[in-house]
Unconditional design. Structure first.
Length: 583
């Protein structure tokens, strides 16, 4: 991109900003919305497609000139009181497909949804669709981003899923051609892991100490003197610090230009009548409606979830028919009393609970219990069948053999000077940290570090080794739950002979959790980053979603950190299963 974005009378930014991760932070009335719209106007002139998520309902003003008497940008508005086309909470993936198919610039006004749950559902589906389908450059303006990417998700329902999706969009969107701009007046409320991922910061007037602190943490972590933070409270309307330590390598204090389109969100003033714009730019609604009809038909035909559901049902029916042909109904004689069957079922329940408890402490014992449970369930099924007059022969589940043991192939070297002899667990932890370093990660979560070292994250050998390495200064804890090398740690570690891969990491995890839980992980890894309804997951595995062994396995995987519940009734593979992800 060679064009420039003129954000001030005498100041421009390269058009590449559209593919960066940006953040505009300011208190109400300082000019953050004006800054976002001015950037949108410049991108429109540079023919860079963009989409705005508008929870306030005032971005429709871009369709009119500043005085409301002339046309503005020919941008369709979906939803809201001034929308050209209505939005439904269930239409998120459809709109994502329309945007990516047509490279559509548009405003998505979500201000008039009946509930916040409906808004979060729409946005989660939209984000998943964009991550899956988009391949061309597009910029997303995320206005009032703290509404759907908050630091805390106390509310249940769709919010945790929505936050998870949009965190992934911001962190990984550039691989799909997606640039983002977070716009918020509550930097203390927005998710810090997302805010700290931004490349370019537009910091305007902020007077609240709690909202200045996240900005200060972001700035100081990247090596700037705190004098910039001290000036934030005194900035004038529209005055802004633009800081880009890596992408643009600049720090500028700029008086940004006013938007030239209509400001529908301007604060009302006493004695001044506020009227909506009299003229809006024309758009071809007929063409958009035709495109939407075509997109709807393609979506119905290509919906992978619907196709997978149908295939799973057909495969299950075919397997049941084949089993009936191979094992016709036979007469059976009762040989085990019903009371014994009941006692065996209670014992099986105890084994289930014991497996969940021990899974976090011992990978080998967890796999042994998996095998014991499988045998016990087969025996219980036979016993229950024998207690009836007529029954079908039991169907035995084909178990996947355990993955071969993964080991770190390293180039060994003499003990580093000045470092005491390390124990086996200590060396394994350092070697695992070196493994992640070759993968490009300087900071690693405890969960991911333990997996490569061959431990569960709460195993005493792992926690003791980590603690002693920290005491010796060979590893440090840069933040809660994360580990990185300390002074001398790099020299004391054996480094991998070949670059690590996602497949190697996932095989290590499969080895830990056992064959039964591996079947669940394999489905979720294949569907990543999408969340899967529990019912669909159970259907693909050929079990009932309320079967105790299934629910216990899910609970165990979640407690180990390898799966997430992004929203009620949905399951997803954890980001920790992927090298580039931050858990």
């Amino acid at each position: 991109m060679t064009k420039r974005l003129r954000v001030a009378e005498d100041f421009t930014l390269p058009a590449d900003v559209a593919l960066h991760k940006n953040a505009i932070v300011a208190m109400s009335g300082a000019g953050k919305s004006n800054t976002g719209v001015a950037l949108a106007e410049e991108m429109y002139a540079a023919e860079i497609p963009w989409v705005t998520i508008d929870p306030k309902g005032d971005w429709f003003g871009v369709r009119s000139s500043g005085d409301g008497r002339g046309p503005g940008l020919a941008v369709p508005v979906f939803g809201g009181l001034h929308g050209d086309i209505p939005l439904e909470p269930s239409s998120g993936k459809l709109i994502a497909k329309l945007i990516t198919d047509q490279r559509l610039t548009c405003v998505l006004d979500v201000s008039e949804f009946d509930t916040r749950q409906a808004m979060w559902r729409f946005l989660a589906d939209l984000g998943e669709g964009l991550l899956k389908l988009n391949r061309d450059p597009v910029h997303l303006f995320l206005d009032e981003a703290d509404d759907y990417i908050p630091q805390r998700t106390g509310e249940k329902g769709e919010l945790p899923r929505c936050k998870g999706v949009w965190s992934r969009v911001v962190r990984r969107g550039r691989f799909r051609g997606i640039g983002t701009c977070l716009i918020t007046q509550r930097s203390a409320v927005i998710d810090k892991d997302v805010l700290t991922q931004t490349d370019n910061l537009f910091a305007m007037r902020v007077t609240s100490p709690q909202d200045r602190k996240p900005i200060a943490d972001w700035v100081e972590a990247k090596g700037l003197d705190s004098g910039m933070i001290a000036s934030l409270a005194g900035l004038e309307d529209g005055e802004c610090w633009i800081w880009s330590p890596q992408k643009l390598k600049m720090l500028e204090r700029v008086q940004l230009r006013r938007r030239w389109t209509f400001d529908a969100g301007e604060t009302p003033k006493l004695g001044k009548e506020r009227r909506p714009p009299a003229k809006l730019a024309d758009i071809d609604l007929g063409a958009i409606e035709t495109e939407m009809r075509e997109t709807i038909e393609r979506a119905k035909a290509d919906d992978p979830a619907e196709l997978r559901r149908r295939i799973a049902v057909l495969e299950r029916d075919l397997a049941a028919a084949a089993e009936r042909d191979a094992h016709p109904l036979v007469e059976r004689v009762e040989i085990i009393p019903a009371e014994f069957v009941k006692r065996l079922e209670l014992a099986l329940q105890g084994l289930d609970e014991l497996a969940g408890a021990f899974d976090e402490r011992s990978g080998s014992l967890g796999k042994w219990l998996d095998d014991a449970l499988s045998f016990a369930k087969t025996f219980t099924s036979d016993a229950g069948s024998a207690a009836t007059a007529r029954s079908a022969a039991p169907v035995r589940e084909e178990r996947r053999p355990p993955a071969p043991r993964s080991s770190l192939q390293t180039h060994e070297h003499p003990q580093a000077p000045g470092v005491a002899q390390l124990s086996g667990p200590q060396q394994r932890v350092l070697d695992a940290l070196a493994w992640w370093g070759v993968a490009g990660r300087r900071v690693v979560s405890r969960l991911q570090l333990a997996a490569v070292a061959g431990y569960h994250k709460r195993t005493k050998s792992f926690t003791n080794a980590l603690g002693s390495l920290n005491t010796a200064g060979l590893v440090v804890y840069p933040s809660a739950g994360y580990v990185s090398f300390g002074p001398g740690g790099v020299d004391a570690a054996n480094h991998p002979a070949s670059p690590p891969t996602v497949a190697v990491l996932q095989d290590m995890v499969r080895e830990q959790v056992g064959a039964g839980r591996t079947r669940i992980l394999d489905v979720l890894i294949r569907r990543y980053p999408d969340a899967v309804p529990r019912e669909t997951l159970a259907l693909e595995l050929g079990v009932h979603e309320r079967t105790k062994s299934f629910t216990n396995a899910l609970g165990s995987l979640r407690s180990l950190g390898w799966i997430d519940y992004p929203s009620a009734g949905y399951v997803a593979a954890s980001d920790a299963l992927f090298l580039e992800a931050r858990s």
